[in-house]
Design a protein around this ligand. Sequence first.
Ligand code: ZN
Length: 444
Amino acid sequence: MKRKWLYQVLILTISLFIGLSSNLAIICDHHWVESSILPPVVTVFRDDHQHAFMLGWDDEMDDLRFSFIEDEFGFRHTSFAVTGRLNDSVFWGLDMLFRGHDIQSHSSEHLHFARLNSSRIELLLGQSINDIERLYGYTPIVFAYPFGSHSSESDSIIPNYFDVGRGIGSEKTNRGAWPITSRSCCLHSAPTCNGITGDVVDRLTISFEEMLNNEGHRAYKCYGHSGWFNAREREQFEKELSKIAEHDNLWLTTWGEAIAYQVVRDHTVIEDYHTYSENIKFKTVAPELNISRYPVPVTYRVEIPRDWDNLAVLDDGRIIPHKIVENSSGKYLLLNSTPRGQIIEITTQRVVDTTGPVISGIHITYTTEGVLVLFEVSDFHGTVCDVNMTIVTDIGSFDFDRIVNPTFWSNNTYGRVVFNASDIYAITVMASDSSGNIGVSSNE
Ligand SMILES: [Zn+2]
């Protein structure tokens, strides 16, 4: 009883003190502390979206036929590839990676895992990981069971190699659950085991809306076979996607990116958080994670004083983009960053960046598939935002409006494939940064 009374007096004293001091701030030994400001949090999904849509294709049949969806609607997919088939079609995957899609493992051979002994399973998984590392330069983190076939034995082996083993069953009671059980069989949201192919295409939006209406359900996890679509189904699929894309609080992501985001989020630690009168600083680190395996940015939501405007956000001194959200509970800043032990600073002071991105090392590879152009884009004071390329070849000229650095690459490499071309006459690469500065490189 006495303790409660003391507690109330303490609260009253603090409230009075806060109320009297200007701008709800109290002076400490070293700096100003905004007493009402909450420390940063990592949001559930990128950009604080409340729902996610993850699309996966199995068996790499006609995935390229659907890779236009990132241009038209913003959707991205994961190709679960049978990696033993990819040796002669490396550009197939690179083309998708530079559009923002993702490649993960569907074993190196398409076999029933329930019928295999453990040493065979280990061999197939190891081979498949090696294939993706060798061909695409990163380690896959998600596995899709061929035929959805699995056993308790395979389920106990998969976690030694991948973060998630994905099945093909239909989610019934936990449709939209997130996070999904890592290290176990993950099910998809589409109503039949054919995923989004067949008659299910017509029900995609209905099934998606059902997920949205379920309290606590967040991630629509979809899979199908791109090669099974006939013309009518493909048309219907595009119609359904256009309706889903209208939903404004939806993260359009890939299986690989969504799971990597969740892993990084689970491991992120925010240290040394301080608020001052002109800035907020914190350190972000994932001490127990090999971040090069999951090099994806997570979103931090940072509360800021209501009267702060015209802010700059610095990630180890480099300007990064941000978004401000204001509602009845406060004013927040959203920023994306990969935890690497760096200092994030949000400042009300003016920060100017007048230098554009630097494009270097344009490298061309000719194969029977076509030509591959690789180059580096770096920005020393800001963040690379848009990268595009115009290329003139023997089969015509091409404008690639939006080129991305692949999700799982820990470098600054960008590129593009021109299938069936055998000669290049001219290349122009352009890149802009978050302050609108532009860098150009031409190779004629
Ligand atoms: Zn398959």
